[in-house]
Design a protein around this ligand. Sequence first.
Ligand code: AFP
Length: 321
Amino acid sequence: MPITLFQHSQQRHGNGLADVLQATAVAAVQIERALRTAALAGVLGAAGHENVQGEQQQKLDVLANETLSAALRGLHTVAALVSEEDDEPVLFADRPDAPYIVIFDPLDGSSNLDVNVNVGTIVSIQAREPGDDAVAAALQPGSQQVAGLYVNYGPSTTLVYTAGSGVHSFTLSDGEFVLSTENLCMPASGPYYSLNEGNLAESEPVYARVVAGLRDGSLTGERHSSRYVGSFIADFHRTLLKGGVFLYPPTTKNPKGKLRLLYEANPLSFIAEQAGGAATDGRQRILDVAPKEPHVRTPLIIGSRTEVSAVSGMLTGSPRE
Ligand code: AFP
């Protein structure tokens, strides 16, 4: 008997969280449908304005944001929605006791849409104590997350979540996310490194040495091959299943890194750790970082324990250049 996302999360974590995950899944089904027929429906291409991060919004960014927001705002358990695409958090002041803050990147990797490459939806759920300030609750370190989730819109559409008791993967089939793998484990090491090598000349020189060490095997004892899609969910999903390491270092253009702590790094670091992997900003465990504002960016090194630990050792052992 197939097990759905709702059944799985309800059995393990109760109705409250299961409802939020299910609302996210319902939105993901609608987003998947829009992606599949985007070229025919005329919704590919830029929306004509930038988001708060100064990035060109795609029409599908806007559609995915509206779809996810509409699915979640109806839940009385949701105190606030914090979207990468919105300038400010959306707060529901009439729900002072609502226990969940939902933080999301509705469509990550959207610059890849026009060329039909995987994109993803990423969601982080933070807990809010009754009466607490919702924005402060959103800005808790990632270690306080209740759940982390992503949807990978690829050859099949896969939803992966953790709520602190392992990592579980579901496949979209006839409008439902059905359990395909329970208790996913990230290999302790793997064959791939993944980063935008075109940016290496713009990063601290230690990163070029890290990459050289991964390639020639001197860093971990195994030689690594290169894989980079440029769509974080695609690169992370491969790293989760096959092992290895994904890196997005600080660059001259993005001195604090490009990826966002709340929308991207926190939920995927929660998933990585729950699967036996690790994630750091090069100095500190990602899940220990206390953000000062929702849109803050972070450098990110995430993946198998062996590679993340070897890369961190090299970065922290190296004087800043
Ligand atoms: P877009 O959403 O603008 O496509 O950015 C995608 C992304 O945030 C993340 O999904 C990728 O890992 C990363 O940017 C790729 O960045 P580079 O193009 O600089 O390699």
